[in-house]
Design a protein around this ligand. Structure first.
Ligand code: HEC
Ligand code: HEC
Length: 226
């Protein structure tokens, strides 16, 4: 009986619980301009949720993966800081001594029962190429699962997470003058594949091949009328 009680307590340390709260809280970042929490882009269970397509992997078993970010990161805190600095407007990296980083670590440990978890593939599409015409009906489902949380409803942005998230597809109306000679859809493909990297600005995450197939990408373009 006592053993059971102790086992129960061990599974839910106060630090891990605080870490779980931080995981879902945009105020983890010290920037008042950040609206994203870890949960905006990462599920915590590996069981797929059909109505959510997130740019980041589910973090179940994340603590014991050998490498992260497709081998670019060999340190878990480094992998977290990559997100913290690139997407959450963190001003300086989280340190190991920081109580918030510790709590987050305890939480990530709690959701990592498999100590032998494999590293996950992460394929960045470097060269931007056009994709074949897609299925607009499928694209509506992709938009709702992948884009709507941040961008809100098309044409109005209603319900968007932050006023920094552009209204789609109207934001592309400026592209002809901003990027003369480049088809609008190519600019959008570049944004989706590169996020805020490769000289593209902002805080939007990039979508790897594993996160978004070319087929779903072309479907969402069709849905947006691009
Ligand atoms: C705006 C979206 C976004 C936010 C917010 C975000 N991440 Fe990420 N994260 C990503 C993307 C995209 C990747 C690259 C794909 C992948 O490996 O999951 C990634 C990768 C990671 C990885 C490496 C996973 C692996 O196996 O390669 C870890 C760990 C991680 N994020 C943790 C966090 C934590 C913890 C937070 C909150 C402090 C956070 N992320 C916030 C989008 C985000
Ligand atoms: C985690 C939140 C988030 C998700 C998910 C997201 N976006 Fe964004 N997106 C933003 C934010 C914030 C901006 C404006 C800042 C920037 O450019 O990064 C933006 C900018 C853009 C832009 C460029 C606007 C410009 O300035 O030219 C396009 C196009 C776009 N998003 C399309 C999409 C599509 C399509 C999806 C779904 C497949 C998507 N986004 C998913 C947050 C997100």
């Amino acid at each position: 009986m006592l053993g059971l009680l102790l086992a129960g307590c061990g599974g839910a340390t106060p630090a891990a619980e605080y870490g779980e709260e931080l995981f879902q809280d945009a105020r983890l970042s010290d920037s008042q301009f950040n609206s994203f929490s870890c949960a905006t882009c990462h599920a915590t269970s590996a069981t797929p949720e059909p109505d959510r397509m997130l740019a980041g992997y589910p973090l179940e078993n994340v603590a014991f993966r050998r490498t992260w970010w497709g081998g670019y990161e060999t340190d878990l805190l480094g992998a977290v800081n990559f997100c913290y600095l690139s997407f959450m407007r963190g001003v300086s990296p989280l340190t190991r001594e920081d109580p918030k980083a510790r709590a987050l670590y305890e939480y990530l440990m709690r959701i990592s029962p498999d100590t032998d978890a494999p590293a996950l593939p992460f394929t960045v599409v470097k060269d931007i190429q056009d994709v074949p015409p897609g299925d607009a009906g499928r694209g509506g489902a992709v938009y709702r699962a992948a884009c709507q949380t941040c961008h809100g409803a098309t044409h109005t942005g209603e319900g968007r997470l932050t006023s920094f998230a552009s209204v789609l597809p109207e934001v592309t109306d400026d592209y002809d003058s901003l990027f003369p000679g480049t088809p609008r859809r190519l600019v959008v493909i570049e944004k989706l594949r590169h996020g805020s990297f490769f000289a593209v600005g902002g805080t939007m995450p990039l979508y790897s091949r594993e996160a978004l197939s070319d087929e779903d990408l072309s479907a969402v373009l069709a849905f947006l009328g691009l």
